[in-house]
Design a protein around this ligand. Structure first.
Ligand SMILES: [Zn+2]
Length: 255
């Protein structure tokens, strides 16, 4: 899968994306730009600011953090100083500090921002990856930003109890339920709805296979040997490098 890092693309009318290991999406809301996710590395900030100047040429007025991990929030303070309002889920750490920035607006289930005739809908889909993940739907463009809820094959759930497994299925099904023409994720290339569907299928199949083999007394190494990566997923972004084996391992230990 070819992934040109550092490319700035127009996803749809008024929706831009600077592609990278850490993606940075932007939407033109008339009076300013809304940024989704604020990177891990603050040295990228001037590059993103230049990209905005070259495309939309408006100030950064809002930042939405799809989760509160370090790789999504690093440029918060810098852009807040430039006048941006930080929006995220209310479960983000209360003791936010100077390094991470401090949210101005938090919400529990949904939050709608309607500016310049454009409607941005935020929805909480936490409990799979972190307690506070949110997705961002740019309604006019039918574009959905799913943050880290899709990881190109990687199991993104943080716990392995029955509820987290159930929640992972719920979250992926909810994502598939959106009316989308474009999907953006936190890291790597843009997936299609077909990729999300395949992820759910892969998740269910691998969990079933691993638990069956474990029940038969197979060791982790034996399970890894008997479950090669699915041929149709071999070209998924960074999948065969480590993700498939990592999934088997976390499922084996967790189930
Ligand atoms: Zn991330």
């Amino acid at each position: 899968m070819i992934f040109p890092e550092g490319n700035v693309i127009q996803v749809a009318d008024g929706v831009f994306l600077r592609q990278g290991v850490d993606n940075c999406a932007g939407a033109d809301l008339g009076e300013g730009v809304l940024i989704v996710d604020a990177q891990e590395d603050t040295s990228v900030a001037p590059i993103i600011e230049r990209a905005i100047a070259d495309t939309v040429s408006k100030p950064i007025r809002w930042i939405v953090n799809t989760n509160w991990h370090r790789d999504h929030i690093a440029c918060n303070p810098r852009w807040a100083k430039q006048g941006a309002t930080i929006i995220t889920h209310y479960s983000c750490p209360p003791a936010t500090n100077e390094r991470d920035g401090k949210p101005d607006i938090t919400f529990q289930d949904t939050y709608v921002l309607e500016v310049g005739g454009r409607r941005v809908e935020l929805e909480w889909l936490g409990g799979m990856h972190t307690p506070g993940d949110i997705v961002v739907y740019f309604r006019w463009a039918r574009a959905l930003h799913v943050g880290d809820l899709f990881g190109w094959g990687l199991f993104m759930q943080h716990r392995w109890d029955a509820r987290s497994i159930e929640r992972t299925r719920e979250v992926l099904l909810r994502i598939l339920n959106f009316d989308t023409a474009h999907i953006i994720c936190g890291h790597g290339p843009m997936p299609t709805a077909g990729h999300i569907r395949r992820q759910l299928e892969y998740y269910n199949t691998l969990l079933r296979q691993v638990s069956e083999l474990k029940r038969k007394g197979k060791s982790l190494l034996e399970v890894k040997r008997s479950l090669p990566p699915p041929p149709d997923m071999l070209d998924w972004w960074r999948f065969v490098d480590w993700k498939h084996e990592n999934n088997i391992e976390t499922a084996y230990r967790g189930l």
